[in-house]
Design a protein around this ligand. Structure first.
Ligand code: GUN
Length: 291
């Protein structure tokens, strides 16, 4: 039976550390870290994420600034807010909630965020540095950083292991693969064009599942003793659930439990780590600003 990696408890420990650091900054410097969140449109999931980010900031003592623009906002209007926050010395982190509406070029917006306030780590220069040996990004994207933090804080060795990342998105899969490589894992990325993803994944010591497909990873995808990090957040219909649906990961949790040595649940695994890492990135940015 696999051990359960408790993302809720680990993220709470990180949030407590962050709150302590914020309190220390406040008394030593009279300054608190500030995070600006730009939301464009009214997607329900994005709204939910943004609200929980604001709440988490408040609990940690981080000041949050939020801008909510309509679906019809132009690139120029969004850029205006990005530039304003770039200039504001009280703002140490800027996050543009993704996805943006279709008419907006994501790269134009993400590339305009000041590199030293890029707490999401999505600026092309930060991503480029993440990919290069011997170069240091100013920020590491929150969800991949959260996955690695879960491994490190549960004592899982990464160096020398074979890690398979399922999915190659800009937000999770691709940066997760680069990050694992920086921790000296041998990394294979499996995606929708991989002929036999199960056979490849079955060779992994560490699996990071970030495909966005409910229950994609079954028992026969896993090597006995593998460590499984499930990034998926997929709603599925379930008439017995309170709202008629529930959230499941990319991994069939029950099946995986009988094969893996450790696994993150959904919910309560990677999800809460993303916000904890965002808070940590924001505090690190503020500390750099006042060093
Ligand atoms: N949308 C889904 N995940 C993320 C994330 O980590 N950051 C931002 N900005 N948008 C997202």
């Amino acid at each position: 039976m696999a051990a359960r990696i408790d993302g809720k408890a680990i993220s709470q420990a990180i949030r407590d550390e962050v709150a302590q650091e914020v309190a220390r900054m406040k008394s030593a410097l009279g300054k608190v870290p500030g995070l600006a969140v730009i939301l464009v449109g009214s997607r329900k999931d994005s709204l939910l994420y943004v609200t929980s980010k604001e709440k988490a900031c408040e609990q940690a003592g981080i000041r949050s600034y939020s801008v909510n623009l309509p679906d019809t906002a132009t690139e120029a209007e969004i850029l205006e807010h990005v530039h304003k926050f770039n200039r504001d010395p009280d703002v140490h982190g800027i996050l543009v909630q993704l996805p943006l509406p279709k008419h907006v070029r994501e790269q134009e917006i993400l590339g305009a965020v000041s590199m030293d306030k890029d707490v999401d780590g999505f600026h092309p220069t930060n991503i480029g540095r993440l990919a290069m040996q011997g170069r240091q990004p100013l920020f590491i994207p929150c969800t991949p950083r959260g996955c690695i933090e879960l491994l490190l804080r549960t004592g899982v060795q990464i160096s020398g292991k074979h890690a398979v990342v399922i999915g190659r998105s800009n937000i999770v899969g691709t940066p997760a693969a680069m990050l694992l490589q920086r921790h000296n894992a041998t990394v294979t990325v499996v995606h929708s064009y991989t002929p036999d993803p199960a056979a490849v994944t079955r060779t992994a010591d560490i699996v990071i599942a970030a495909a966005g497909v409910a229950h994609l990873v079954r028992k026969d995808w896993l090597k006995p003793g593998a460590v499984v990090i499930d990034v998926g957040i997929n709603p599925i219909e379930d008439p017995s659930a309170k709202k008629g649906h529930r959230t499941v990961g990319d991994v069939h949790f029950k099946e995986a439990c009988s094969v893996a040595s450790a696994i993150t649940p959904v919910p309560g695994g990677v999800g809460p780590m993303t916000i904890a890492m965002l808070l940590q990135n924001t505090v690190e940015s503020a500390k750099r600003a006042y060093e």
